[in-house]
Write a protein that binds this ligand. Structure first.
Ligand code: C5P
Length: 234
């Protein structure tokens, strides 16, 4: 069964820990992204892990290979259970990221390392795709390059998950943000409902605002989990 990851896109450690406390026992994974990490650094990762959560450190590294290798080592040192880079950084950058992961991890205990293909907030209007090429084509090219570089999987939208699994194999992980209840409308463009994303083969579903801005975040998370179960996929 796919796992739900709740994005704690909040400004400080106190609000992140308060939100995490409301979700404890309901979700296993939380995501620390740019806003929270830039404000609080590794302390917030340690605090969330102290509460028993697994932490996806979503810093989307994109830089020259040597810099990304070092950044990945630091993210492992911060205690991340999952981390990511941008696939658009290219094969050499992703190889360097994998090297950094192996250097900093205990044998057999490396965190999951994913590559972002195309942000779920983007669609064909935002990308210089060239004639006849779709967002899905670009996502698939980046996913193949990610697999060849030895990473564990990709971040893509639910719309591409099925094709990524077909091209890269069932064990190649798909993490899908842009998860929305039917009818929602905001800055995300390539969105899917929880049941659709699970049915498409996603291994991890990321939801932020639909959970953290709900009047009752725990009830919203439970509703997502129930909708994921309704996909019929075990
Ligand atoms: O609030 P919302 O559900 O849109 O949050 C989605 C989260 O997933 C955000 O933290 C965003 O940074 C992240 N994300 C994304 N698209 C990607 C990779 C990460 O929306 N391709």
């Amino acid at each position: 069964m796919a796992e739900l990851v709740v994005a704690l896109d909040l400004p400080d450690k106190a609000s992140a820990l308060a939100m995490a406390a409301r979700l404890a026992g309901t979700v296993t994974w939380v995501k620390v992204g740019l806003e929270l990490y830039t404000a609080q650094g590794p302390d917030v990762v340690a605090a969330l892990k102290g509460l028993g959560f697994k932490v996806f450190l979503d810093l989307k590294f994109l830089d020259i290979p040597n810099t990304v290798r070092g950044a990945v080592r630091s993210a492992v040192g911060a205690g991340a259970d999952m981390l990511n880079v941008h696939a658009s950084g290219g094969a050499r950058m992703m190889h360097a990221a994998r090297q950094g992961l192996d250097e900093a991890s205990a044998p057999g205990a490396a965190p999951l390392l994913l590559a972002v293909t195309v942000l779920t907030s983007m669609d064909e209007r935002d990308l210089p795709l060239g004639p006849g090429r779709t967002v899905a084509d670009l996502v698939l090219d980046l996913a193949r390059a990610t697999r060849e570089a030895g990473l564990h999987g990709v971040v893509c939208s639910g719309h591409e998950a099925r094709a990524v699994k077909a091209a890269c194999g069932p064990g190649f992980l798909c993490l899908t943000p842009g998860i929305r209840p039917a009818g929602a409308d905001d800055d995300q463009r390539r969105v899917m409902t929880p049941a659709m994303a699970v049915a498409a083969g996603a291994d991890f579903l990321v939801a932020g605002r639909p959970v953290t801005q709900a009047a009752d975040p725990q009830a919203a998370a439970l509703s997502f989990l129930e909708q994921m179960r309704q996909s019929g996929v075990r």
